[in-house]
Design a protein around this ligand. Structure first.
Ligand SMILES: [Zn+2]
Length: 377
């Protein structure tokens, strides 16, 4: 297998046991307990709610990489990608053999199993673990710190998922994947550590642009030492924030997971072949920053009665994700009514005045919305 052909043969590595948005620990445990010869499993601690936190180790090389997913329990896409990656590394091909011989990869697939079970961002004590890097008030935070110290990684991958609201620059393109090389200080100094993260992000972006042109964004780098990435980077460990986002029509995020897989393999391949010194960091800044210009749905030109006159307005809708019967349902929720001409939507309904009866704004409820979406669909 030549370099890059891991993209064309991806379907071989797609882990079919993990699909859709709801990925609690019970779904990954059968995979953990049947890991192949290259990987070893260790239980490294217990969550507030008493669930196991596991770490997988693959490879015996000198370059150490630590990655963790589902620190935010409802951000499951990168966990699916991680298991695709494990399948890839188990496959004997040129790229995977090189990665395994050069790298020692440590993966915590679900750092916040209580949040994963409840499908929430926060942990069982309602703490956002990505704001607990300094306080270390939660067992999950302490476990991550302990293993960062024990492993002494050369690189950390902080794996997250982002909402559908994010676009790239000011364009009508969703941020399907976003990255950040977090700041280490208030001045956002471009240190060597940051440059190394930037160099890897630039490598991943170059590959992703071939598959999802214009759909890669960069987060703004305002400094917050309570975030894990900012803390680790300030300790001299090049750390990358990955954000799995929206791909058109893919609310289950089983397309986006592929692009995160591409990113992970390309970064590991680069690390295994090159000495990452931060010299090639500049194209990181070619990646546009993210905006927040998307709604899930916009109904255009809805007739609204204002002072007994009909005014055409736009209705911006976002889905609320709810856990029901072990699956995630997407409930439409009105976020804004007004002139939303400067905003984009993943689904737009134009000229709603042709179909709707004018009503006062106060009657445009979520029930009204659900009924009318049925009419439009
Ligand atoms: Zn997150």
């Amino acid at each position: 297998m030549s370099y890059k052909s891991f993209t064309t043969s991806y379907s071989r590595f797609f882990e079919p046991a993990l699909k859709d948005r709801y990925i609690p620990l019970s779904k990954i445990e059968p995979l953990l307990f049947s890991l192949k010869k290259n990987a070893s499993l260790e239980k490294i601690g217990t969550s507030v709610g008493g669930l196991a936190i596991y770490k997988i180790k693959i490879g015996n090389g000198k370059k150490k990489v630590l990655m963790w997913s589902q620190m935010h329990g409802n951000e499951s896409t990168t966990t699916k990608s991680v298991f695709d990656l494990i399948n890839f590394l188990d496959d004997e091909n040129e790229v995977s053999k090189k990665i395994i011989s050069e790298c020692e990869i440590h993966i915590i697939p679900i750092l916040n199993p209580d949040g994963a079970l409840a499908y929430t961002r926060i942990n069982k004590n309602e703490i956002d673990l990505n704001r607990d890097a300094q306080n270390l008030s939660q067992p999950e935070s302490k476990i991550l710190k302990k293993f960062r110290e024990e492993i002494a990684p050369d690189f950390c991958f902080n794996l997250h998922g982002q909402r559908t609201i994010f676009n790239v620059g000011d364009m009508n393109k969703p941020a399907t994947v976003s990255f950040l090389s977090p700041a280490e200080d208030e001045n956002r100094t471009i240190t060597t550590t940051r440059k190394k993260s930037m160099e890897l992000i630039a490598v991943m972006n170059k590959l992703l642009q071939k598959h999802i042109p214009g759909q890669v964004g960069r987060y703004d780098d305002s400094f917050n030492i309570n975030c894990v990435g900012d803390t680790f980077q300030s300790l001299g460990v090049p750390t990358i924030l990955f954000e799995a986002g929206h791909f058109p029509g893919d609310y289950e995020r089983d397309v986006t997971r592929k692009f995160i897989f591409y990113a992970l393999v390309s970064a590991l391949e680069y690390i295994s072949v090159n000495k990452v010194n931060g010299n090639d960091f500049e194209s990181y800044f070619d990646i546009p920053e993210n905006g927040k210009l998307f709604y899930d749905i916009i109904l255009r030109n809805v007739p609204v009665l204002i002072d007994e006159k009909v005014v055409l307005q736009d209705v911006g809708v976002l889905y609320k994700e709810k856990l029901k019967n072990d699956a995630i349902i997407f409930e439409p929720n009105i976020e804004n009514i007004g002139s939303l001409h400067y905003l984009y939507a993943h689904k737009e309904y134009l000229d709603c005045d042709k179909y709707f009866t004018p009503l006062p704004k106060s009657e445009l409820s979520n029930n009204w919305l659900i009924q009318n979406l049925r009419i439009l669909q």
